[in-house]
Design a binder for this molecule. Structure first.
Ligand code: MLT
Length: 241
């Protein structure tokens, strides 16, 4: 089983998406919030790259059936009910609803892999469950990181490494099957786990903390708190069964 990591979405080719299980990672915070929405009882999550399209979809479906969530630059989109704090999506607000989310990078990353055969959402909170689902699929794995505004983000790379580390519990990975980027990510994750790499100095992590989202960051970086694995198909995110 080959495993590769794209540090930032958008550079993948169509052939990389065929016969491959894609895992989209935006640990701070989109994929963590979407997992939380499903855990909070949302019927489904619809990612929308454009905030205006999200509002139009909510009007079409009926505002009482939907919850609008999302951020730009970390800040809640004006008029939306929720921002992008994962704990907000665990609340009663989303129960029985369709959650429509639009975020700066994460929803773009999802849209960019819409033609893939199989797309899962990964984060630190579901790293082992996501790894198990992908390994059991048997296909090669491509982890696509959202990054931050077109740049690689250490938080996503570390999480990609955490998923790869967990895949080893479910599949044999032979020499030569990890790309160089996959090896770098796994090594970064081990350094972080062993306290030798400090994420708090990295750009997106530090920016969210400076904005007062320390609790979100701590929540997002607590490994294996849930078995929920979302899957994205035909524009909609539901639980992977
Ligand atoms: C994104 O999609 O860019 C992020 O999830 C930003 C954030 O931390 O809210």
């Amino acid at each position: 089983m080959k495993i590769d990591v794209l540090p930032v979405f958008g550079k993948q080719t169509d052939s990389q998406l065929q016969d491959t299980t894609v895992i989209v990672v935006d640990v701070l915070r989109a994929t963590t919030s979407i997992i939380s929405a499903l855990n909070g009882g949302a019927v489904k999550v619809v990612p929308s790259v454009d905030a205006g399209d999200a509002v139009a979809l909510a009007s079409r479906l009926g505002m009482s059936e939907c919850v609008l969530g999302g951020e730009r630059g970390g800040v809640k989109i004006p008029g939306f009910e929720l921002g992008n704090s994962p704990k907000d999506y665990l609340s009663r607000t989303v129960r029985g609803k369709t959650v429509i989310v639009s975020t700066t990078n994460g929803t773009g990353a999802l849209y960019s892999v819409r033609s893939a055969d199989s797309v899962l959402l990964g984060s630190m909170i579901n790293r082992t469950a996501a790894a198990k689902a992908a390994a059991c699929n048997g296909n090669d794995i491509l982890i696509v990181c959202a990054g931050t505004e077109g740049q690689p983000s250490a938080d996503d790379l570390c999480t990609a490494g955490a998923v790869i580390d967990a895949v080893r519990n479910f599949a044999d990975i032979r020499d030569g099957e990890l790309s160089d980027m996959a090896i770098i990510c796994e090594s970064l994750y081990h350094s972080w786990r062993e306290g030798r790499f400090d994420l708090s100095k990295t750009f997106h992590f530090a920016r969210l903390c400076a904005m007062g989202f320390e609790d979100d960051v701590a929540f997002c970086f607590t490994p294996d708190t849930t078995d929920t694995v979302p899957t994205y198909k035909d524009g909609v995110i539901v639980r992977y069964e």
